[in-house]
Design a protein around this ligand. Structure first.
Ligand code: IMO
Ligand code: MG
Length: 451
């Protein structure tokens, strides 16, 4: 991948999150001046390994680990100030400098304690069979308030303390009534205490607060290179994902410009990130899920436990049908396949090329959750490999079966695969010459895939 030639670039997850976006952002950051988080919030968990050190970032853009890079938390983010300030303290304690290299949009919406409480109580009420399996970070309730408008609070509101106190008092009083009436909750929230705490956070945040929309567009005009750090994954997109088992933001490419506050044409490349298999946390259909020993083997080999919640991730075969749909929505110009090393020793590998519902092969990814739940994956089987590939230093060094696996994924998806990751470290990254040619956008015609 010719990084500098990419222009302003966005990194987009093509599955259900946790694809390894943090590592790709970290690799790319070297070639960029600004890194922007533009959607989602502390539900994200981006792991970056630098040398022997591992950093798990939730709200902080991954560019914070590269000196000289400016980091922006954009208007589209659901901002949990407790998480952000804890992250700042934790990073500083480990020697990471945080000052004018971090800017936070005045337009970002605040995740408040009642959002997290609503998230938890709502899920409990739905029960195991119907809950979404959220990260309980208050993301859905915060974005719901944003859409409702009258009950939303933004960063800018923190700097009008009298108004802020009054708004919090009003909102919390209403929420306490709802929590008691609907969920039988007997532990009302203390509005004054919440307002005090948040106004205290406001002082710590003050040096970072900025009209990031102006700053970012000025940076673009000056020719600075901008990297947009996607959170979640396309199949979790509020509109296009496996609704209702999705998150509450636009995590496809369309969310970048809206969430960051830049013209869509300012973003030139979309780098898609996917694992060499699939994972999902939380509830919702997952046609290629493996509930057997192979799924367990992938989980252990890939350390598939949530960065944000510690939950074991559900694991399954690579789903080319679903990923093609994501690539189509993403306008993906090139892609990275992560965790190829995890598949060593797994045996023969299956790849889903289509779904069958009621005996019919589907033409498009189903809109209806009932259809998705009953979908039977059509598989093709590819030979696996037994060698440990984690020491490879070029794509050509990989065993033929591993190269063939990547070649086939590229063929099925119709997007150039230019990066193959074989370990968590920056160095465990192979560059691959695509057979499709670099920089080609996803086409509408599948290559023998089912969709
Ligand atoms: P990163 O950026 C994986 C999932 C949750 C749940 C659903 C809704 O690390 O890839 P929410 O708390 O957002 O209301 O939960 O979305 N989810 C993620 N899964 N990685 C993420 O982020 C996720 N963010 C949300 O598990 O199924
Ligand atoms: Mg995650």
């Amino acid at each position: 991948m010719d990084f500098p030639a990419l222009g302003n670039t966005s990194v987009i997850g093509l599955q259900w999150g946790d694809e390894g976006k943090g590592k790709i952002v970290d690799l790319l950051t070297e070639h960029f001046d600004v890194v922007v988080r533009y959607a989602g919030g502390a539900n994200a968990g981006h792991t970056v390994r630098v040398g022997n050190e591992k950093f798990a970032l939730h709200l902080m853009p991954s560019g914070i680990l590269r000196p000289g890079v400016r980091n922006i938390i954009g208007p589209g983010v659901a901002l949990d100030l407790e998480v952000l300030l804890t992250e700042i303290d934790g990073l500083r304690a480990r020697g990471v400098e945080i000052g004018s290299n971090l800017l936070v949009s005045r337009r970002a919406h605040l995740v408040m304690p009642y959002h997290k409480k609503q998230d938890r109580l709502g899920e409990e009420r739905l029960g195991a069979a119907r809950k979404i399996g959220t990260t309980a970070k208050g993301i859905g309730p915060c974005y719901a308030d944003k859409a409702l408008r009258t009950t939303a609070l933004r960063v800018t509101d923190l700097y009008y303390p009298a108004d802020f106190r009054a708004r919090v008092a009003e909102i919390v009083a209403d929420r306490n009534r709802v929590f008691a009436a609907l969920y039988g909750d007997g532990d009302p929230l203390d509005a004054a205490a919440i307002a005090d705490r948040w106004l205290g956070y406001a002082e710590r945040l003050r040096p970072h607060v900025n009209d990031t929309t102006l700053t970012l567009n000025e940076a673009i005009a000056e020719g600075r290179r901008i990297l947009f750090e996607g959170a979640q994954g396309s199949l979790l997109d509020i509109t296009h994902g496996t609704f209702p088992f999705v998150t509450s933001s636009t995590c496809t490419a369309a969310g970048v410009a809206a969430g960051a506050g830049v013209p869509p044409a300012a973003v030139r490349s979309y780098v898609g990130v996917m694992k060499a298999y699939c994972t999902r946390v939380g509830s919702g259909p997952f046609p290629t899920e493996l509930s057997d020993a192979t799924g367990g083997l992938i989980r252990e080999r890939g350390h598939e436990y949530g960065t944000t919640t510690g939950r074991p991730r559900r694991c399954g075969w690579f789903d080319a049908f679903a990923t093609r749909y994501s690539a189509l929505l993403g306008g993906i110009t090139q892609a990275a396949v992560m965790h190829l090393d995890t598949l060593s020793t797994v045996g023969d590998l299956k790849v889903c090329t289509g779904y069958r519902v009621n005996g019919e092969l589907l033409k498009t990814f189903p809109a209806d959750i009932r259809e998705l739940e009953s979908a039977l994956p059509e598989y093709e089987t590819l030979p696996g490999w037994r060698e440990d590939i984690s020491g490879a230093t070029s794509f050509e060094m990989l065993p033929a079966a591993a190269r063939n696996y990547i070649d086939r994924l590229e063929e099925l998806l119709g997007i150039p695969i230019t990066i193959v990751s074989i370990g968590a470290e920056r160095t465990a990254t192979l560059h691959r010459k695509s057979r499709l040619g670099e920089g080609r956008a996803a086409s509408n015609t599948p290559r023998k895939a089912g969709g």
